[in-house]
Write a protein that binds this ligand. Structure first.
Ligand code: ZN
Ligand code: ZN
Length: 365
């Protein structure tokens, strides 16, 4: 909050409206699903409704919490009425909300990624929370390995993962669990369906848990029964690419250079064309945070470009110590299947600290 106030003062804007809930949680601790935060250089006010009276009392720090019986937006609008200009989270505020809050939307001034930029560098307590989440998910993976059998459906396997995370104390999944068998694993973001996992085909598992508010994210690709030669060779290439990406991580290195390190390995074995997404992303309170580990500069911002790796201006941005990111190259061959390996790593001055303890050799179960 202190850093944000400094940035606000430098911007010359009288106040910032924070409407993105993970940013509100980051700044105040409030983890509920409705609320608006206004930050002035000298104070911060938070509004929510009656459902969150007790939760706001318990959680909100560093801001005055106001619980409204009527419309929260009307109360915020009233409080910020004197300001001629209002900085808003342009990537998160809908036009409808802007009208309700500001009346005249011409008062709005875009404040893009102010808080997201701060969130990139994790405080020690945040790293500890991510570490716990990553460890929990890895333990669930170890337990799942003993239960996997050919003929299990993708949804059944997803169910075992999700039950395991809950049973171990997880607050929920960090994102929709991906379990993709055989040709389905050629879809990087496949939804688990009724298909049954067969012997000798790739079985891709990408899932995460939320623990203490923070996300984990891991992908492993395994094989039920002995792996055919093609799976072995593609797996070996993806693993080498992933290790090359991790080896490239260090404070001061461009994010694009980490992406290039992965692609270089796959290009050598003529698989680069099948690596159809970016190499990784930051994670924390949200599953996809900055920085984006990718080659190309971010396309113009808009709804279509958001989600998976909502970007910032270009990937010429250098990694900084304290950032926590994923490294997750993959190869996806239509009609055959795909292989992805994903770990969470912490950027340090000397290199990457891999937080994910799960083994990475090809498991034939
Ligand atoms: Zn993932
Ligand atoms: Zn990921």
């Amino acid at each position: 909050m202190r850093n944000l106030r400094r940035r606000l003062a430098d911007s010359g804007q009288p106040l910032l409206l924070v409407t993105h809930l993970p940013n509100i949680q980051y700044l105040t601790g409030f983890s509920g699903s409705a609320g608006v935060l206004a930050v002035w250089p000298e104070k911060a006010w938070f509004w929510s409704d009656g459902r969150y009276r007790e939760q706001a009392r318990r959680e909100v720090h560093g801001a005055r919490a106001i619980i409204k019986r009527g419309s929260v937006y009307a109360a915020v609008a009233e409080a910020i009425r004197p300001a001629r200009q209002v900085a808003v989270e342009a990537g998160h505020l809908s036009l409808r909300e802007a009208k309700l809050l500001l009346g005249d939307v011409r008062r709005a001034r875009p404040a893009e990624d102010w808080i997201e930029a701060q969130r990139m560098q994790k405080e020690p307590a945040e790293v500890a929370a991510i570490r716990r989440a990553v460890r929990l998910a890895s333990e669930v993976f170890q337990r799942l390995l003993r239960q996997l059998r050919p003929g299990m459906s993708e949804t059944e396997i997803a169910g075992k993962l999700e039950y395991g995370m809950r049973q171990a104390g997880g607050e929920g999944t960090a994102f929709a669990t991906i379990v993709a068998s055989g040709p389905n694993s050629a879809l990087p973001h496949a939804h688990p369906g009724r298909r049954r996992a067969g012997r000798g085909e790739p079985l891709l598992l990408d899932y995460g848990v939320r623990l203490g508010g923070y996300c984990s994210d891991m992908t492993r690709t395994v094989c039920l029964g002995p792996a055919p030669a093609r799976l072995r060779s593609i797996y070996a290439a993806v693993l080498e690419a992933q290790m090359a990406g991790i080896a490239a991580v260090r404070e001061g290195v461009e994010a694009a250079a980490v992406d290039a390190a992965c692609r270089r390995v796959l290009r050598r074995v003529r698989l680069a064309q099948y690596f159809s997404h970016s190499t990784g992303h930051g994670l924390g309170l949200e599953i996809h945070e900055l920085p984006r580990i990718a080659a190309a500069p971010t396309p113009p911002r808009g709804r279509a470009g958001r989600g998976a790796n909502a970007g910032r201006a270009g990937e010429d941005v250098c990694l900084k110590a304290g950032e926590v990111i994923t490294i997750e190259p993959g190869v996806y061959i239509p009609g055959w299947g795909g292989v992805r390996i994903e770990d969470v790593v912490r950027v340090t001055a000397r290199g990457a600290e891999v937080l994910t303890p799960s083994p990475k050799q090809l498991l034939e179960l």
